[in-house]
Design a protein. Structure first.
Length: 482
């Protein structure tokens, strides 16, 4: 039954419905309650009809049995008692009714004729039943009967017992046929209720699904978008939608305040740190009188100052991206030349071997050259940090009719599968034990992703632990744009 309900759900909704969903559970519970109610009414109606039929026959037999002695008294007493009994039995006989009289010694005094089963067989079976003054229902050879008996006396002298056996087989069959029709009708009614209940609950749950879809698709950019509007929804759902809109509004205000704070702090800290870094560099260049310990301390301080300045610059870039103030100058950009310059720059800074595999023909993409250069530097710097000094970093270009793919491949430590979905989050580090010795802020990949997406591109990751990682930048070709 569960599978039938689920298939009806899937056909009505056009999508697969999980068995543990609220929509499925409500429909199942209401359907079971409705089915139980319908089946109970059907069984009670069938039982009531059967009891009405049987009680009607019982009352009829009771009436005949009560009036039978009076019929005998009214009849003439000149004939023998046996003839008188047969005459009286013939007078009250009806179709499908067997009547016989048995003496106190067990002798058959008189009986009626005309039953489907031979009267002797019926009488023999009926006589074996326990004696009772109330009519009883029993079956013989798939036929149903009602048996009643009454003591018979004439002028105070007991004659014996008169037995009344009514054949109700045809009525019972009609009743069974009616019961089958009620069962079929109940089944059709249950399936109709399933469809109606499923459709109604699906419509009632539609606003909740809409809220769920909006919540799952919402991003930082959408926090200040138009509020969720629902029409013809129940009051409880409207209250949920209002709470959802209020939450988005509070999140939007908090996010704007946070970004403003980060931008202001980063800007205010960058200037004094730049001055401090300048003085440290000046001391290192002119520090001929410094001992080795002092010289090492100044180098450490200068390196940390430069690292902090880079992190503040990254935070400023992310703040501009989030606030929409980071503008892109999209234009045709020759990718071969740009990648060669970035590779050579990285090679000089890191001392790493970088191998380029590019086609001979020029590849022109639609991008901001400066922003793309920044993203490539971040990715190459990341590849150099998380691979050994003797391992090669590859840059491969691949072009199709509509887009160009830039693959940056390293043979380093790799990224576990469980962390790959979060690798582009800000300040996210895969493993502090593995990365604490590597210089970085945890913002490089987040900035690269923001820059690439700002140029209508995408960035993907394919990695295996212990074998390295491949970051792929996908950008639209200049010729493919309308």
């Amino acid at each position: 039954m569960f599978r039938h309900i689920q298939s009806i759900f899937n056909k009505l909704g056009g999508s697969r419905v999980a068995t543990n969903s609220l929509q499925f559970r409500l429909t199942l519970e209401l359907t079971l309650i409705s089915a139980l109610g319908v089946c109970s009414i059907t069984l009670w109606s069938s039982w009531r009809l059967e009891q009405t039929l049987i009680n009607g026959y019982k009352q009829n037999l009771s009436y005949i049995s009560d009036s039978f002695p009076e019929i005998i008294k009214i009849s003439s007493l000149n004939d023998s008692i046996q003839l008188e009994l047969e005459r009286s039995i013939a007078q009250v006989s009806k179709p499908r009714l067997l009547i016989w009289v048995r003496s106190p010694r067990g002798e058959l005094l008189a009986r009626s004729r005309g039953m489907n089963i031979p009267s002797s067989d019926l009488i023999e079976v009926a006589n074996k039943l326990p004696a009772s003054n109330d009519p009883k229902v029993f079956q013989i050879q798939q036929q149903s009967f009602i048996l009643a008996q009454t003591a018979l006396s004439l002028d105070g002298n007991p004659i014996g017992n008169v037995y009344w056996l009514q054949d109700i087989t045809e009525d019972q069959r009609q009743l069974d046929s009616l019961f089958s029709q009620l069962q079929l009708g109940s089944i059709l009614l249950v399936f109709t209720l399933i469809v109606v209940i499923a459709s109604r609950i699906r419509r009632a749950m539609a606003p909740i699904k809409e809220i769920s879809q909006i919540a799952s698709n919402i991003s930082i950019i959408d926090l200040g978008a138009d509020p969720l509007e629902l029409r013809h929804a129940p009051e409880e759902i409207l209250g949920l939608a209002k709470a959802f809109n209020d939450m988005l509004n509070r999140l939007s205000i908090s996010w704007e305040q946070q970004q403003q704070f980060v931008g202001n702090v980063s800007h205010e800290l960058k200037t004094p740190l730049t001055v401090i870094s300048g003085y440290l560099q000046s001391l290192l260049r002119r520090g001929d009188n410094l001992n080795s310990y002092q010289n090492q301390a100044l180098e450490t301080a200068s390196a940390e100052a430069e690292r902090t300045i880079r992190m503040l610059q990254d935070l400023l870039d992310l703040a501009r991206v989030d606030s929409g103030n980071l503008h892109f100058r999209l234009m045709p950009t020759v990718l071969n030349t740009l990648i060669a310059e970035v590779a050579e720059m990285t090679r000089r800074v890191t001392g790493r071997q970088i191998i380029m595999q590019t086609p001979k023909s020029e590849i022109v993409v639609y991008a901001d050259q400066n922003r793309l250069e920044q993203a490539l530097i971040n990715l190459l710097d990341n590849a150099a940090k998380y691979s050994n000094q003797d391992q090669v970093v590859y840059i491969n270009l691949e072009q199709s009719n509509q887009q160009t793919l830039i693959h940056i491949i390293d043979q380093g430590v790799g990224i576990p599968l469980a962390h790959q979905s979060r690798i582009f989050e800000r300040f996210y580090r895969v493993d502090e034990a593995m990365t604490r010795s590597r210089d970085g802020t945890g913002l490089g990949l987040a900035i690269a992703k923001s820059l690439i997406e700002g140029m209508q591109g995408k960035i993907t990751l394919r990695s295996k632990l212990g074998e390295g990682s491949t970051f792929t930048i996908i950008l639209p070709n200049w010729e493919s744009l309308p």
